[in-house]
Design a protein around this ligand. Sequence first.
Ligand SMILES: [Zn+2]
Length: 196
Amino acid sequence: MEAELILTRLTVLRENAENQSSSIVRLREELRSKVAELESSVRDYNSLRIDLLMERLRERGLSWCTYHKNTFPVEEASLVLLSSADSGFSGPHRVCSECRKEVLAKHGYLSRRDDLHERGGILYHAFVVSEEGDGFSVVKFGKQESLAAKDFKVPQISDSAISHFESEMSLPLELSIENHPRSVPLRVRGERLKAA
Ligand SMILES: [Zn+2]
């Protein structure tokens, strides 16, 4: 090939490469935005699925014990505050009547000396909580303290608990996302969907 011809060919190939490169950048941006849309749909779906679980529990007059992680009749619900003796960290719980008895017996509540209970290697106090206006009040060693509602959030229902109730409450299966570039991104309860 003559040098002139080679140069022309080189120019064409360079232009092709530049166009291909720009179109890959566009596709990547499009892919990123499609992935974000997919993530948002899956997030909304999974969150609505929890709403359905909560609604089914409500219809059946059930509440969710955040301590033993099972359902119980809503009228037995009461609030306790478990408070770490070492770190000062404290966490509210909505408990069934049995857990209330168990927690308060094991954790003491009546006296300062025998009220420590070990859970996951951490020592806790347990205190009874009651609703007070817009907030809550807790009695700690005979002294009453007020708690703002924002500082008193009972734990969200855990993933293990949700899967536990899936069949009992006829929940649709959970969706998730597979990030591997070669696989179909959407999974239903961890199983890959077949490519359409
Ligand atoms: Zn319980």
